[in-house]
Each structure stands twice: as C-alpha cells, then as structure tokens.
Ligand binder design. Structure first.
Ligand code: ADP
Length: 161
C-alpha cells in the first residue's frame, strides 16, 4: 500500500540536502517519484525543465527514482500516480510550522494520503536552494553543497547574466 512515495519541492536547484532526503526515501519505498512543483506566479532561477534535467542527472544511479513535474495541486498529482505517501525533509525547527500547515491542508484535501518527514544530515541543516543561489551569485564556493552538474549549471547561469 505504501510502495509509491512522492517527494515534492521546487528544487531550484537541487542541493545535497534534497539528495540526502531522496536517497533515504529510495531506501524505504519501492518507487520514488520526485516531482518539481511549479506555479506561474513564482519565477525561479531555473525553468522546470532545467530543474528536472539536473535532478535526473543527480539521481541517475538510483533505479527506483523517477523525476516528473506538475503544475497544479500536489494532492492531485499524488492521486494521479496512485501514491499514498508524501515525503518531506526537515532541516530545523524553523521548517516545522510551515510543514505542519501544508500537511494539515493536504490532509483536509485527502485524508488517505500520509506525509512522512525525514530529517536531513546535520551538515545540511542550514542548506537551502536560496542560500546556494545567493552565495553562487557572488562567486562563493558552493561545491560541497550541490552535485557537480548543479555547480556547473550555476556557473553558466551567473556567467551569462
Ligand atoms: P519547497 O519550495 O516546497 O519548500 P524545496 O525545493 O525548498 O521546496 O524543498 C523540497 C523539500 O526538501 C522540502 O521538504 C524541504 O523541507 C526539503 N529540503 C530542502 N532543503 C533541505 C535540506 N538541506 N535538508 C533536508 N531537506 C531539505
């Protein structure tokens, strides 16, 4: 019943913190669907297609992980792939309130879908896509925080600006 798990996020871009959560989910669930959620109001640094390509490369060694994208409500996507579990990562206490709000809303929308929380390695507890972008933009070294393909993509983005 819980063989399919969905790992949703913006992934703009994927970091080692996200990858830590994806690895952990892939060990527990048979089939992991990482879904890049995008809405037209929120413009990121990378397009949804670019985020998917970066995720795809960074998870290519995990046979039970697939990368998809969805424009609408997460719950609709979860239902459409017959999943019953959402996996979210927790970094610090500061994530808790936001995650509780989303989880309660998703539960209201569909009582049957459970959210599982996975705690990241402590070395990634301060890590977010936003902080990576901020540091990379000014030429700071983020090589220990993102996979090699993301490092290259960040260099290319900021060189062309
Ligand atoms: P969102 O915009 O939905 O928060 P993110 O791409 O920022 O999407 O994050 C997707 C998921 O990954 C969330 O569950 C978030 O808490 C988790 N996450 C983000 N960064 C980290 C990290 N460094 N360690 C663990 N989990 C993380």
């Amino acid at each position: 019943m819980t063989e399919i798990a969905v790992v949703p996020g913006s992934f703009d871009p994927v970091t080692n913190g996200h990858l830590d959560i994806i690895h952990r989910a892939a060990k527990i669930f048979e089939n992991v669907r990482v879904v890049v959620m995008h809405n037209s109001a929120k413009r990121g640094l990378f397009t949804a297609e670019e985020r998917m390509a970066l995720l795809h490369e960074a998870t290519s060694h995990l046979p039970n992980v697939v990368i998809e994208t969805s424009p609408g409500l997460l719950i609709d996507y979860v239902r459409s792939v017959n999943a019953s579990v959402i996996v979210r990562g927790l970094r610090a206490v500061s994530d808790f309130e936001y995650e509780m709000q989303i989880t309660s809303m998703n539960r209201m929308l569909d009582e049957e879908i459970e959210t599982f929380f996975v705690m990241t390695k402590s070395q990634y507890s301060f890590l977010s896509s936003s902080i990576v972008k901020e540091v990379a933009q000014y030429g700071g070294d983020v090589s220990s925080l993102v996979p090699a393909n993301v490092l290259k993509a960040l260099h290319e983005k900021y060189e062309n600006k």
